[in-house]
Ligand binder design. Structure first.
Ligand code: 5GP
Ligand code: ZN
Length: 135
């Protein structure tokens, strides 16, 4: 995509602090990290989000996510790692080029877990059935 910022980073048209690259993917530091060492992993091909990402691409990316998690943990002495992917605007996706966030965490970083809601009686069974219909 011509005006996609992550395509431009993948092509080297705009700079980024790269930490890993192979023929399929690129990993670089997020410009506004939740903590130093927050990495974004992208396929070099433009796909908008997880729904568009072919299974083959996902198979290539999965072990790299793990490799980056281990390297980030060691590299910045993280006490934990969050893996995230925002898909579509209501879920917080700002850049419409599929990407995984690999984020170092520290016990004193003051970031919160998302708030947990609760189900009404039997609601969880219905919700599980609704999802299973599409699998
Ligand atoms: P999203 O909200 O789409 O899941 O996350 C997009 C992420 O991309 C944000 O965390 C943002 O800081 C990062 N980002 C946006 N523009 C740039 C850029 O030009 N360079 C880098 N390295 N990161 C960027
Ligand atoms: Zn793109």
């Amino acid at each position: 995509m011509n005006d996609c910022i992550f395509c431009k980073i993948a092509k080297g048209e705009i700079p980024a602090d790269k930490v890993y690259e192979d023929k399929n993917c690129l990993a670089f530091l997020d410009i506004t990290p939740i903590n130093p060492g927050h990495v974004l992993l992208i396929p070099k091909e433009h796909y908008e989000n997880l729904y568009d990402l072919p299974d083959e691409e996902l198979k290539n990316l999965a072990p790299i996510i793990k490799k980056l998690a281990v390297a980030i943990k060691k590299g910045v002495n993280a006490e934990g790692i969050n893996i995230g992917m925002n898909n579509e605007r209501p879920a917080g996706q700002l850049v419409p080029h599929a990407h995984f966030h690999i984020m170092p965490r520290f016990s004193n970083d003051n970031l919160r877990h998302w708030p947990g809601k609760s189900y009404q009686e039997d609601e969880s069974k219905q919700v599980a059935e609704q999802i299973k219909k599409f699998l």
